[in-house]
Design a protein around this ligand. Structure first.
Ligand code: ASP
Length: 322
């Protein structure tokens, strides 16, 4: 190579290592599940539906924060909108179990006080994230499952729906035919928000994995696996092959690198998703905000619908990872 060019490249590389690109900061960030369907494989209608729902979720949640709302409320607002959309594997768009039923899981964590709530195996609650919040705010417990969780949600005034509410032609086809490798997706939804007091919250909601055995619970309602938040450290929500996220205690693994090591949340997310899980064959992604609102996005599959509201109030929405 031409010597001055080589010198320039080495010098430039040195400079860029010394001055890493500043991370964008945000008040709220959401994801709509990692997977192998990128925009090339989507219909225009599907892509538009996903983008619009993410944008709406970000804007409503951001507006709530701007009006002085808390980060837990902002996460709830963001997730409710995605749960009500048929394009994501959570709430309305949940996948089917191998028995043709729907079993929904969700969790929330409040980084201000370390409180958390989670539910698993819900069959008739419209918005599982609301049930997780009810467990956190109105019970001495963290994790409730099945009938007991449903009864608790109803006592706290949450909306119920018949199982037919979750019927969706495309999801049912995926249940009958199974997912091909290159069209597989997870579709879970999650959100992380930071409010005007600097309090961070994270939440995640899912229908689980297509054709999971009934009774199977994934990482989403497991605090420290699918969801984690701690003021001063950050907030995280994951999506992907849940068993790997549970075995690696993935979101806490990321937080712990920041807490006990000298790592940024972004580097820690990279280490866990792109090195550790990837080397094990654990497909998935994670979104987060560090304690200053720094955006964290890592995913080892080809696509993960996601977006954040920048500190200037603009919605940035992306689907493909490349
Ligand atoms: N993590 C979820 C689960 O294993 C699936 C997903 O992210 O869509 O249940």
């Amino acid at each position: 190579m031409h010597i001055p060019t080589l010198f320039f490249l080495v010098f430039f590389t040195f400079l860029s290592c010394k001055n890493p690109k500043p991370q964008p900061t945000a008040t709220v960030i959401v994801h709509g599940g990692a997977g192998y369907i990128n925009t090339e494989l989507m219909t225009q209608e599907e892509e538009d539906g996903i983008r619009k729902a993410i944008e709406k979720s970000l804007q409503k949640s951001h507006q709530h924060l701007a009006d002085g709302g808390t980060s837990v409320e902002a996460v709830q607002i963001a997730i409710n909108i995605l749960e009500d959309s048929p394009y994501f594997n959570a709430g309305k768009g949940s996948v089917f179990t191998s028995s043709g039923t729907n079993e929904l899981d969700a969790s929330i964590m409040n980084g201000q006080n370390g409180q958390a709530g989670a539910v698993a195996g819900l069959t008739n609650i419209k918005n599982p994230i609301d049930a997780a919040i009810a467990v956190m705010e109105h019970s001495p417990h963290v994790f409730m499952i099945g009938k007991g969780a449903e009864e608790f949600a109803v006592i706290h005034g949450l909306d119920t729906v018949p199982q037919t509410y979750f019927y969706n032609k495309d999801r049912y086809k995926e249940h009958i035919e199974g997912l091909s490798e290159d069209r597989s997706k997870f579709g879970t939804v999650g959100a992380v928000a930071i409010d005007h007091n600097g309090n961070i919250a994270a939440g995640t909601s899912t229908g689980g994995m297509n054709n999971k055995r009934f009774g199977r619970v994934g990482d989403v309602p497991v605090i420290g696996a699918g969801t984690y938040a701690e003021n001063g450290v950050g907030g995280l929500s994951a999506t992907g092959h849940g068993e790997y996220f549970i075995r690696n205690v993935a979101t806490y693994d990321i937080a712990a690198q920041v807490k006990y090591g000298n790592t940024t949340l972004d580097e820690a997310g990279y280490n866990t998703l792109m090195k550790k899980l990837k080397s094990q064959g654990g497909d998935g992604g994670v979104i987060g905000l560090d304690s200053q609102g720094g955006v964290v996005i890592h995913c080892n599959t080809v696509a993960m619908p996601r977006g954040y509201i920048s500190s200037k109030g603009e919605a940035v929405v992306m689907i493909d990872m490349e």
